[in-house]
Design a protein around this ligand. Structure first.
Ligand code: UN1
Length: 496
């Protein structure tokens, strides 16, 4: 029996106003319906925004360490329920169980990190140029924030946004991807159990346009945060520009691993496989380009293809599975279309390139890990985000050339270099133009205590997660306070 999911508005679980529903299904087995969720529209979003607005004044004034205590409890509950939630992630989204558990772990990490922020949320105190006067800055919440989240990290990404927004004192309306409503409802259920006051967190399930975009553009919302495709993100950016409200966007990537001729090839190979085919390539941080030094190019491509062929496709709940399905048929077709484009462009298909539908695999959309060699930097498969298990291998003759190729794309989220030469890796650290750079590690697996965000078309310059410049900066605004206790008129810049 599919689970019956409801919206969560003003502290109670409810159906869509007009009673409509939609289903989410298991991408590894379409016969397995995971959940039925409310197909919400503007009327439901309106209710959620009203609830969030009503809850805001009290939540804003609750001391941040008290808000943090609720997040600590949420972290504990996530930890207690990690196995159950990890299995739900795998069933509803398709990634293999180790990664499903990792998705939940990332939410646990951010819960504890942001809970601790409740005792920091630093502003600054600086001296005044005048006597008997002090100057400080404090952080204040934005108000009601709208969060619209994707399916590829169905627990972690909502958690990144929720916990950062909450610790700063905002009230929230969350609209999760329609592929993964059960994961979002489970996360919100944890917050309810942790004692979040009614109306502070609201969940509205439903389609992107009628629910998500309507929510982000709602006249009584103060700020929005969206993770998803570039096309949608840039559309939102244009649409919301006129409303003049803070908007954080995390969008695509076309992340490169550079493999130099002095690299530990076995290590680089493992990083390429993990970054390229982990989560079936459905990460914005996926290593979809490899830029390999010509001295080791042929050997590396041959080893990569051989190892890619050995990866076992399958239902992520089975121990032996290493690569799960694509999220749905449309995404599968999009990936196959890019494979056709790669062949037309003259790249060489070394392995994969096909949907695999033997036996059980016919119940989902599985694509064999695919490697293209002889890719040139101007080909579409070297420039556009595919979001599937497809890796394009480009050749280079020197480090400078490799870095130039890595940077010459519209995206700038994550990049990596494998080399044993510290001078080369230091140069790459300095010159790679992306929000995240890895040295002797793959392009995926960012940790939550530092900002996560892309440059150029990968993001709007408001990174997620912790650290200086991370999500706290987006979800709070700075107020500067000058307090004069001299009892007389003092003139800055004029009095001596
Ligand atoms: C994403 O793909 O949208 O760094 C997020 C990583 C993960 C997060 C990915 N921690 O790969």
């Amino acid at each position: 029996m599919p689970k019956l999911i409801k919206n969560f508005i003003a502290g109670s679980w409810s159906d869509a106003v007009d009673g409509r529903r939609f289903a989410s299904r298991n991408p590894a087995d379409y016969r397995d319906t995971i959940a039925e969720a409310p197909l919400s529209g503007p009327a439901d979003v309106d209710r959620a925004v009203v609830a969030a607005r009503a809850a805001f004044p009290e939540w804003r004034l609750m001391p941040a360490p008290r808000r943090g205590e609720i997040l600590f409890r949420a972290g504990e509950l996530l930890r207690k329920n990690k196995q159950r939630l990890g299995e739900l992630v795998t069933r509803e989204m398709g990634k293999v169980l180790a990664e499903g558990l990792g998705d939940v772990q990332e939410a646990i990490d951010i819960a504890f990190h942001m809970a601790g922020e409740g005792r920091r949320l630093q502003g600054e105190t600086v001296p005044s140029e005048l006597p008997d006067k002090d100057c400080k800055s404090v952080r204040e919440p934005l108000g009601v924030v709208a969060l619209v989240t994707p399916w590829n990290f169905p627990i972690a990404i909502p958690a990144w946004k929720l916990f950062a927004a909450l610790i700063c004192g905002n009230s929230v309306v969350l609209k999760p991807s329609s592929e993964t409503p059960a994961c979002a409802a489970a996360l919100v259920g944890i917050l309810e159990e942790a004692g979040i006051p009614p109306g502070v967190v609201n969940l509205v399930c439903g389609p992107g346009r009628e629910a998500g975009e309507y929510l982000l553009a709602h006249p009584d919302v103060d700020a929005g945060s969206f993770t998803g495709s570039c096309a949608v993100g840039e559309h939102l950016e244009r649409r919301l520009a006129a409303l003049h409200r803070p908007l954080a966007l995390e969008m695509g990537g076309k992340n490169a691993i550079i493999v130099m001729d002095d690299a530990d090839l076995e290590l680089a190979l493992e990083g390429a496989l993990w970054g390229g085919f982990g989560t079936s390539g459905q990460r914005c941080t996926a290593a979809s380009r490899l830029i390999v030094h010509e001295q080791v190019y042929d050997r590396f491509v041959a080893l990569l293809a051989e190892r890619a062929e050995r990866l076992r496709l399958g239902n992520g709940l089975k121990d032996e599975s290493q690569v799960g399905p694509l999220i749905n048929e449309a995404q599968g077709q999009k990936v196959l279309n890019y494979i056709a484009i790669g062949r037309q462009e003259g790249a060489m298909l070394v392995t994969g390139g096909l949907r695999v539908a033997d036996g059980q695999l016919a119940q989902g959309f599985f694509i064999a890990p695919t490697v293209f060699s002889r890719v040139t930097p101007n080909m579409r498969i070297a420039r556009e985000e595919i979001f599937g298990p497809v890796v394009s291998v480009i050749s280079c003759a020197a480090l400078d050339e490799a870095i130039a190729i890595a940077n010459d794309i519209p995206f700038g989220l994550s990049s990596s270099i494998y080399s044993r030469d510290v001078n080369q890796t230091a140069r790459a650290e300095r010159d790679l133009a992306s929000g995240i750079v890895y040295v002797n590690a793959s392009t995926i697996g960012a940790e939550v205590q530092l900002p996560f965000g892309g440059w150029r078309h990968s993001g709007s310059g408001h990174p997620e997660a912790g650290g200086r410049g991370g999500a706290i900066d987006f979800f709070s605004r700075v107020k500067v306070i000058y307090r004069d206790f001299s009892g007389r008129l003092q003139k800055a810049q004029i009095d001596k």
